[in-house]
Design a protein around this ligand. Structure first.
Ligand code: SF4
Length: 167
């Protein structure tokens, strides 16, 4: 975020939307939704060695209502469709989704009738992270990309879209 300086008085000016986006992008609280082996790499990323707190995402939320980012790591079978959809619907706007790993992005090696060939057929996805499984560094890279995306968004765009869909 660029802040315009105003001399040495300790004052600065910025746009309200930049300030909101700055706050949102620095605290993307994740809802970890590990359904298969990618979940192990997700757990490793959340451990101390990778220090995900650098990006404000160290506070996992297992309640959808207190989460900002649905972090889906693993295979989603057709039977799990209503569960994933319901979790997403219970999250408050603004919300974002990261698809972690080949299975979440495209179905991966599971080219079967029972498996979704990518979770974007159920819910909108903001960031795709390839790999089988992706390493923690790849997940952190995806998180940084999401942070940059949030910084550039209009703060009310997602709420407006959600309202339009409801009407
Ligand atoms: S992408 Fe690979 S590691 Fe991740 S859930 Fe699928 S099979 Fe497992």
């Amino acid at each position: 975020m660029k802040i315009q300086g105003y001399g040495g008085n300790g004052w600065f000016i910025t746009k309200m939307e930049q300030l909101i986006n700055w706050g949102r992008s620095r605290s993307p609280w994740p809802l970890p939704y590990g359904t298969a082996c990618c979940g192990i790499e997700l757990m490793a990323t959340m451990a101390s060695g990778y220090d995900i707190a650098r990006f404000g995402a160290e506070r996992p939320s297992f309640s959808p209502r207190q989460a900002d980012v649905l972090l889906e790591a693993g295979t989603i079978t057709k039977k799990m469709t209503p569960v994933l959809k319901r979790i997403y619907d219970q999250m408050a706007e603004p919300k974002w989704v990261i698809a972690m790993g080949a299975c979440a992005c495209t179905g991966g090696v599971f080219r079967t009738y029972s498996t979704h060939q990518g979770i974007d057929s159920i819910i909108p996805v903001d960031i795709y992270i390839p790999g089988c499984p992706p390493r923690p560094e790849a997940l952190l890279d995806g998180l940084v990309k999401l942070i940059h995306k949030i910084e550039k968004e209009h703060p009310l765009r997602k709420q407006a879209q959600a309202l339009l869909q409801e009407s």
